[in-house]
Design a protein around this ligand. Structure first.
Ligand code: AMP
Length: 116
């Protein structure tokens, strides 16, 4: 799988071809605001490298996953969230619409359970 897919929206956001409201960026990870927020704070954490979803993550991606969760923790702290939800939709049946691995970070309002 190539590291960069020119047809992938989030690959293009990762390299700055498509603008985003970025809150945190490292060599491996970018965190930016969702354009259609479902909570007062709604961020997306993505790897720069193209991985379609959690279903394609392998053991070789352990350090990358650690970096993604570190970025999520940092972004939640910067947003001052006392609690938050992290979600990753896998496949269209689960609501995935962009096929580049991403974790939603939602906070700033009470969360219901189970999610719809
Ligand atoms: P999912 O449906 O789980 O694949 O999540 C994809 C998310 O990407 C949705 O919540 C969209 O609102 C968000 N999104 C789509 N295009 C953009 C964009 N250009 N910038 C920021 N967020 C986006």
């Amino acid at each position: 799988m190539p590291d960069f897919d020119p047809t992938c929206l989030f690959c293009r956001i990762a390299v700055g071809e498509i603008p985003s409201d970025t809150v945190l960026a490292t060599d491996e990870v970018v965190v930016f605001r969702d354009v259609n927020p479902r909570a007062p704070t709604h961020l997306l954490a993505i790897p720069r490298r193209h991985i379609p979803s959690v279903a394609e993550v392998t053991d070789a991606d352990a350090a990358l996953l650690s970096a993604l969760f570190a970025a999520l923790r940092t972004a939640a702290g910067q947003a001052g969230l006392p609690g938050y939800r992290i979600v990753s939709n896998v496949g269209p049946e689960a609501g995935q619409s962009v096929f580049h691995l991403h974790f939603h970070l939602l906070g700033g309002r009470p969360m219901e359970w189970p999610p719809g």
